[in-house]
Design a protein around this ligand. Structure first.
Ligand SMILES: Nc1ncnc2c1ncn2[C@@H]1O[C@H](COP(=O)(O)OP(=O)(O)OP(=O)(O)O)[C@@H](O)[C@H]1O
Ligand SMILES: [Mg+2]
Length: 277
């Protein structure tokens, strides 16, 4: 019993030591799946790194870890360091990345874990990974308000002297997505997370042939939800076929310095976030 208490105390001490070097954590959440959280996490991380900040990416989507694919680092492997910790993978020169994807035998191996196992691995990712000094840790989450966001929020919040995580909520503009994203906002409020705001992704589509705007999933719902829920609206990103190609190729659009609508909008979103943290 005494040994167990001692181990728990040491683990808490190590967690505190690691977390105290991370200035801001941003949890990227959504109510619905497939709305673009991983895409936005990767682009936000790269955009902040381009502004000169030191940035880590924690892929906390245990059952669907997509960050290695989105950042084009699928073939890498996690290694231990000389202090017994885990060395994160480096992407795009400076991003420090960790994902459960690196612990699986193959890309097709499913993770069949219940809550406590997931909590254990998330806690290890925060406590044992040698993140070093970070300005931002971007946490890519699965959809919903389940075990993973709860574990991240509680582990960080319950560590003395470490500020509560921020949250960014991604939604698409149609009513069903908005209904679910309201739950994410309420989750963040209930856990006292600092809500940076809502991003409306897949917001309208411009026909590549005639340039006419087509509102595939409608537009403006994210802004309306933000106003109603009294949280900031961070910006909208249109549907762009190039984003699908870039994601599949492991090259987030923010790695290209073009003036596409997505990039222009993302620069504004990043500036907005930087003003709030
Ligand atoms: N603005 C956009 N325009 C076009 N395609 C997009 C856009 N944003 C994301 N996508 C594409 O939509 C798909 C889903 O995106 P992504 O994996 O980022 O969503 P997610 O919310 O992380 O999904 P999950 O809930 O499964 O984790 C990907 O193929 C991605 O390339
Ligand atoms: Mg995802």
């Amino acid at each position: 019993m005494e040994n167990q208490d001692k181990r728990r105390e040491e683990a808490q001490k190590q967690l505190k030591e690691r977390l105290s070097k991370i200035k801001n954590t941003i949890m990227v959440m959504s109510g619905k799946g497939g709305v673009g959280k991983s895409t936005i996490s990767a682009n936000l991380a790269l955009s902040l790194a381009k502004e000169g900040f030191s940035v880590g990416v924690l892929d906390a989507d245990i059952h669907g870890p997509d960050i290695p694919k989105v950042l084009g680092i699928e073939e890498e492997r996690l290694l231990g360091d000389e202090t017994g910790g885990i060395q994160p993978i480096t992407a795009f020169g400076s991003l420090k990345v960790v994902s459960v994807g690196y612990l699986l035998d193959s890309k097709d191996t499913p993770v069949i874990w219940r809550g406590p196992m997931k909590h254990g691995v998330i806690s290890q990712f925060l406590k044992d990974v040698n993140w070093g000094e970070l300005d931002f840790l971007i946490v890519d989450l699965p959809p919903g308000t389940g075990d993973e966001p709860l574990s991240i929020a509680q582990l960080i919040k319950n560590t003395e002297g470490v500020s509560a995580p921020h949250s960014v909520i991604v939604t698409t503009p149609q009513d069903v997505a908005l209904l679910d994203s309201r739950k994410s906002v309420e989750f963040a409020k209930a856990l006292d997370l600092q809500i940076l705001g809502i991003i409306e992704n897949m917001s309208g589509f411009k026909c590549p042939y005639c340039g006419k705007a087509i509102d595939l999933f409608k537009v403006g719902g994210g802004k309306k939800a933000a106003d109603e829920l009294n949280v900031p609206f961070l910006g909208a990103i249109p549907i762009d076929a190039q984003i699908v190609k870039d994601t599949d190729a492991g090259k987030p659009f923010a790695s290209r310095n073009d003036n596409s609508e997505a990039n222009t909008s993302f620069r504004e979103i990043t500036a907005h976030i930087l003003k709030s943290v």
